[in-house]
Design a protein around this ligand. Structure first.
Ligand code: ATP
Ligand code: MG
Length: 288
């Protein structure tokens, strides 16, 4: 049985046999706007709330942008974790990636004391593009994933260009090397519909279908494990709050205050088409 860590994405653990695999690498593939950076931030924040140390390696967007997006989501606690040095940023944007991976990264890993951190790389794409030769790509990426697994559990995002069907050539090698692959299928041309699929997850009985997901202020990505998507009326956040409070009888005061704060950030969220009962279950699973 594979040991699991909670992903921090409400609804995802229910379809992945309990979460992401401990000390493994997961690649999250999606087109621009699919929610990759949001996913990576959620995964990191979940770790921080559990007391883990976290590392955010940015190869493209800068640290300030990632923090701004997190604050926009209502995740102000990220500032506290940075100040406490529980969250470390490694800004590798603009670097020469082969030497970063071969020289700086092993030194960084060697200096890291524990092996239960959470690591996010967002996005992995510049490494792939910097090395057109397939064998170089493969060797560098395999080395990078292996090094980072020594430090903890890894989530790396990957941009999808062209049609959202995993056919783009730049995804092949990372998909092959990673222990898990998740696809965020997002088409702006298709009414902005968002669907998530677990393409692979080693040692886990995961769902094989596409699941609707949404990006909701305060929560980030939320995956709907049932595919019903029952229609709801307005006043849904209040309805959700009622359902949550019923489910929180035995929750800790910390968990309750976290959920209340999250509900505040959600006040303008559009929850039409969302199955509120399933959402309440997913939130409880992710927060408690
Ligand atoms: N505070 C927020 N409230 C609601 N929705 C948000 C918020 N922040 C982001 N989103 C949604 O998430 C989408 C972008 O998410 P994100 O930046 O994680 O995507 P990405 O896949 O990393 O994109 P890129 O490839 O351009 O980096 C936005 O287009 C928006 O729909
Ligand atoms: Mg991004």
């Amino acid at each position: 049985m594979v040991e699991k860590v909670k992903s921090g994405v409400p609804g995802l653990d229910a379809i992945t046999d309990g979460g992401l695999n401990l000390n493994s690498s997961a690649v999250i593939i999606g087109s621009t706007g699919a929610g990759k950076t949001t996913f990576a931030t959620q995964f990191i924040r979940r770790g921080l709330l559990e007391g883990s140390e976290c590392i955010f390696i940015s190869l493209d967007e800068n640290k300030e942008q990632i923090i701004r997006d997190a604050l926009d989501m209502g995740w102000e606690d990220i500032l506290y974790f940075i100040q406490e040095e529980k969250l470390v940023f490694v800004d590798a944007s603009g670097k020469e990636f082969s030497s970063f991976i071969k020289k700086e990264l092993p030194d960084f890993v060697a200096s890291w004391k524990s092996s239960n951190a959470r690591v996010a790389i967002d996005p992995l794409t510049p490494v792939v593009w910097a090395n057109p030769a397939r064998y170089v790509q493969r060797e560098l990426l395999a080395f990078m994933l292996k090094e980072l697994r020594k430090v903890g559990t890894l989530v790396a995002t990957l941009e999808e260009h062209g049609p959202p069907d995993l056919s783009s050539p730049e995804t092949v090698i990372p998909m092959y090397l990673a222990d898990s692959v998740l696809h965020l299928r997002y088409r702006a041309s298709d009414n902005f519909s968002r669907m998530l699929k677990v393409v692979k997850m080693r040692g886990s009985r995961h769902s094989e279908g596409y699941h609707k997901y949404r990006i909701i202020p305060g929560l980030g990505l939320v995956v709907f494990s049932s595919r019903s998507g029952a229609k709801q009326d307005t006043g849904l956040v209040r309805e959700l709050e009622k359902l949550l409070m019923l489910r929180l009888n035995h929750a800790s005061p910390v968990a309750i205050s976290r959920i209340k704060k999250m509900l505040k950030s959600m006040k303008d969220a559009d929850l039409e088409d969302v199955d509120i009962n399933a959402l309440a279950d997913s939130i409880v699973e992710a927060f408690v």
